[in-house]
Design a protein around this ligand. Structure first.
Ligand code: GDP
Ligand code: MG
Length: 306
């Protein structure tokens, strides 16, 4: 490798890019597509992403540290929502460039509200028009993009699809141009700042979120009690699923324990894929009153790092 190609060469760029947009536009899906593996959990339900998650993508010309932000919530009465808002604002303040994601052919009040917050923040904004895989023929996008460019002074507008990996490489190259010249912040094989333990909790929470009906996921948290690697390289994970009410406990467990069994099976399969080792998973369901509205309980469950 010559100097230009090696990380830290004279033209190497590195910095933070925050991915912002209303729930369900596809922020976490993009992060997973960029990393070519899954680090941020995805579901069709809003509020799936609660923590700030870094996705680090290292290429010969640049390292981009993508920040997947939790949504910004208008209702600040619940401690959990305040936590998520704080986390989203910190990510914005730290970013070199903001990626404002919208859904092709859709514009909602919430998109407008988020865009106003970004304009106040004063960082360069790149608009990402996601889910273009759903649009036929593609020229239907043109008037939408025209309108979008009038809403703010975007540096770039990139039509893309995280799910179908459309325009992902172009996106990387474009974003890199807005980062400072700098050596990489992270080792090139590091993909996230989160531990395997954290990822395990998130995967279990994702499986629960998929399985359960709409209102329940917000009352759920997963705590990893045990994470042990044995001498023969098998991993034993013990996790507690915290719910807020006894009735919710019954729903999570399901008839004859089938619900919990199904969640355990799906989570275990994915954990094997992530950790590349055999996994033994034990799940318990416990009730903690109103945990999502208690500062102390949130801290205990790990909602304090950012
Ligand atoms: P987030 O809330 O912004 O993080 O959104 P997610 O990444 O969790 O995605 C929300 C939903 O949109 C999921 O059902 C995704 O599969 C779907 N989705 C995400 N990106 C695309 C895309 O490019 N095309 C299509 N058709 N669906 C997508
Ligand atoms: Mg998300």
């Amino acid at each position: 490798m010559n100097d230009e190609e090696s990380p830290g060469g004279a033209d190497y760029r590195c910095g933070f890019a925050a991915i912002v947009g209303r729930p369900n536009v596809g922020k976490s899906t993009l992060l997973n597509a960029l990393l070519k593996r899954k680090i941020s959990i995805v579901s069709p339900k809003p509020q799936t992403t609660r923590h700030r998650i870094l996705g680090i993508v290292t290429r010969p010309q640049a390292q981009i540290v993508f920040v997947d932000t939790p949504g910004i919530h208008t209702d600040e009465r619940r401690v959990m929502n305040r936590y998520m808002n704080r986390s989203a604002r910190t990510s914005l303040a730290d970013a070199d460039v903001t990626l404002f994601m919208v859904e092709a052919l859709r514009w909602m009040d919430e998109d407008q509200r988020i865009l106003e917050t970004l304009k106040d923040n004063g960082r360069p904004i790149i608009a990402l028009v996601n889910k273009v895989d759903k649009i036929y023929p593609k020229d239907r996008l043109l008037p939408y993009i025209g309108e979008l460019t009038r809403r703010a002074d975007f540096k770039e507008v990139i039509p893309m699809s995280g799910l179908k990996s459309i325009n992902i490489d172009q996106l990387f190259e474009t974003v890199a141009r807005y980062l400072p010249v700098s050596p990489p912040h992270f080792p090139e094989d590091q993909v996230t700042d989160r531990s395997e333990r954290f990822m395990a909790a998130e995967i279990i929470r994702e499986k629960l979120t998929w399985r359960l009906r709409q209102e329940l996921p917000y009352g759920l948290a997963v705590e990893i009690e045990r994470f042990e690697v044995s001498e023969d390289d098998k991993i034993t994970i013990g996790a507690i699923i915290w719910v807020e009410r006894t009735g919710q406990k019954a729903i999570v467990i399901g008839q004859g324990g089938l619900g919990l069994k199904e969640v355990g099976r799906a989570a275990r399969l994915e954990l094997v894929h992530l950790l590349l080792k055999p996994v033994h998973l034990e799940l318990w369901v416990k009730v903690k009153d109103n945990w999502s509205d208690s500062e102390a309980a949130l801290r205990q469950l790990g909602y304090d790092s950012n």
